[in-house]
Write a protein that binds this ligand. Sequence first.
Ligand code: UD1
Ligand code: CA
Length: 470
Amino acid sequence: MSKLAAIVLAAGQGTRMRSKLAKVLHPVCGRPMVLYAADLAESLAKGHIAVVVGHQAEQVKDLLADRKVDLVVQTRRLGTGHAVTQAQTAFQSRGGNGWGGRRFVILSGDTPLLTEATVRALLTLHERERATVTLLTAHLDRPAGYGRIVRGRDGLVWKIVEDKDATPAERRLTEVNAGTYIVEGEFLFPALAALKPSNVQKEYYLTDIVAAAIRQGKRVAAYIAADSVEALGINTRAELAEAERILRARVRQRLMDAGATFLAPETSFVDAEVRIGRDTVIHPHTTLEGRTIIGEDCVIRSHSRLVESVLGDGVTVLDGCVIEGSRLEEQCTVGPFAHLRPGTVVRPHAKVGNFVELKHTELGQGSKANHLSYLGDTRVGKRVNVGAGTITCNYDGVNKHQTVIGDDVFVGSDVSIVAPVTIGRGAVIGAGSVVTQDVPADALALGRARQVVKPGWVKGWREKAKKGKS
Ligand code: UD1
Ligand code: CA
C-alpha cells in the first residue's frame, strides 16, 4: 500500500469575503478555519503534510508553527493547480524517492465541515476501484459557484468544469466538486506540470487533472457525500455563517451525547474545543469560548460568557457574568453580574457576588466577596469576608501593587486598601477605612475620620438660613 501524504491549500486571499483577513484565518466555532483541514491532514497522514500558504503567510505559519507540517509558500496565486505544484518541493526534499510511490490527499483550507469518516470512505473507494484520482462530490440545491461534475453516458466522471467556464447546460448540473481529492503521486505532479491556464480566470486549475487522467486512460472514481453539507466551501460571509451554524450544532450535539444538558441548545454558542462534564446544565443564551473546560454538576445561567476558563465540579455561574482566563474550583458560586478577568482563581466553596470584579486575584477557600467590589492583584486567604464596596487600590498611576489578606480576616464595608499592603490573619478592618499600612494579625484597624455629633445644631442652622433668604 502506498504511503499517504497530505496537501492543504491555504494560500488564497478569499476575495469574495471582502476582508482584510485572509479567508483561512477567519474563525469558525472559535477556530481559524485552516485548523480544521490541518487537523484532518494530521489524523490521515501523520508527518507527511504540506500546507501551502501565501496570503498573510506569516499569520498562517504562526498558527501552524507547533505542528509537524511543511509550510510551503506560494508567492503568486496562480490557482489551485499551481498551489499543489508548490508542495512538490516539500516531498522531494525528504529524500528517498520523493513523491513517487506516494498517494496524496488534497484538502482545501476552506471546507471545515468535512469529516474524517468521509475522507476515509473516499480512500476506501480509491483502493477498491484502483483509481488514479478519486474525488468527493455532492448534490447541492444551489450549486452556483462550485465546479460541476460532468459525467459521460456511462455515468463515469468525465471532467470538472468551473462555474465561470460552464455552459448554461453545465450550470444546471447539481453535482459539484467538493475540493477533496485522493491522487496517486506518479500521476499528480506530471499532470500538474502539463496544466494550461486556458480558462476564464487564467488560472492553473487543479480540477483539470480529472480530464487529463481520463485522456491518459486512467481510472477516476467519485464518492458522493451522504451529507452534502460536508462539501460546503466558504467563499462568502453568508457561507461562513452557514458553516458556523452547522458546526455549532455538531459541537452541542457531541456535548449532549457526552452527558451535558442544554435547556435551549440553539441559543448557546459553544466553541469547538470546549469540554463539559456530565450533568452540567447550560441555560439559554450562554457563550462558552476557547478552550473552556467545565466540570460535572455545574450550572451556567443565562447571558454569561466564559472564555478560556476552567471550572471544577459543582460550580454555579449565575446570570450575566463575564469570566475570562479564570479558574473556578469546586462548589464555588459566581454572580450574578460578576466580571472575572485573567489570572483569577476562586478556591473551593468561595463566593463572588453581584457587581464584583476580580483581576489577577485569588479568593481563598470559603471566602466571600458578595457585593460591589474590585479586587486586583490580591491574594485572599481562607474564610475571609470582603465587605460590600471594598476596593483594592492596586494602581498608583505608574505601577501595580500587591495586596495580601490573611485567613479569617473580616473586611468591613466600603474599605479602600491602598496597595502594597498586607493584612494579617484574623484582623478586622472597620467599615469605611482607608488602609494604607500593614495590619498585624488579630488587630482592629480603623482608618477613617472620627464621627462628630452636635445635638440640636440643625435647628439654629435652619433659622439662620431662612433669615438670609428674606
Ligand atoms: C475550488 C474548485 C471547485 C470546487 C470548490 C470547492 C478549482 C479550480 N476549483 O473552487 O471546482 O467546487 O473549490 O470548494 O480548484 N488556493 C491556493 N492558491 C491559489 C488558489 C487557491 O492556495 O492560487 C486555495 C484557497 O486558499 C482555498 C482553496 O485553494 O483554500 C480553494 O480555492 P478557492 O479559490 O476557494 O476555489 P473555488 O473557486 O472555491
Ligand atoms: Ca472555495
